[in-house]
Design a protein around this ligand. Structure first.
Ligand SMILES: [Zn+2]
Ligand SMILES: [Zn+2]
Length: 129
């Protein structure tokens, strides 16, 4: 593993905010001032393929998660708020596989989507203006 890749992995693992590639780039630059955004993208892709970090696809920009334990997320549709939830939903992969014809389920991702407290307050305030 290159030093750049090592630094990027560490930044994602240390962060609890599920950073975007741009945010990882900002963090990586503190340790490696000459790193490029392209290098950050390439290394994030590669770390994700190696299974060392998780890629969070969904509404909004792609984010990265260094926590490999099974857990769910809540994401606000209006701002970039995203955080971990306790795993309130547990699905058995064998049971899931049985419900799809010939398909073997190997993993699943659960994201609760909605509106965070701050956005709700802002909308409520706008409504009463
Ligand atoms: Zn929000
Ligand atoms: Zn997470």
């Amino acid at each position: 593993m290159t030093q750049q890749k090592q630094v990027i992995l560490q930044k994602v693992r240390d962060s609890r905010t599920h950073p975007t590639a741009d945010e990882v780039y900002e963090m990586a630059r503190q340790s490696l001032p000459r790193i490029s955004l392209g290098t950050v993208y390439r290394n994030l892709d590669s770390l994700s393929r190696d299974g060392l970090i998780r890629t969070l696809e969904g509404s909004g920009p792609r984010r990265y998660d260094g926590d490999l334990e099974k857990h769910c997320h809540v994401r606000c549709k209006l701002c970039s708020y995203i955080r971990d939830t306790v795993p309130v939903v547990e699905i058995s992969l064998e049971e899931a596989s049985q419900s799809f014809d010939g398909f073997m389920v190997t993993d699943y991702h659960i994201e609760f989507v909605g509106m965070c407290g701050e956005c709700r307050e802002r909308l409520n305030a706008e409504r009463t203006l």
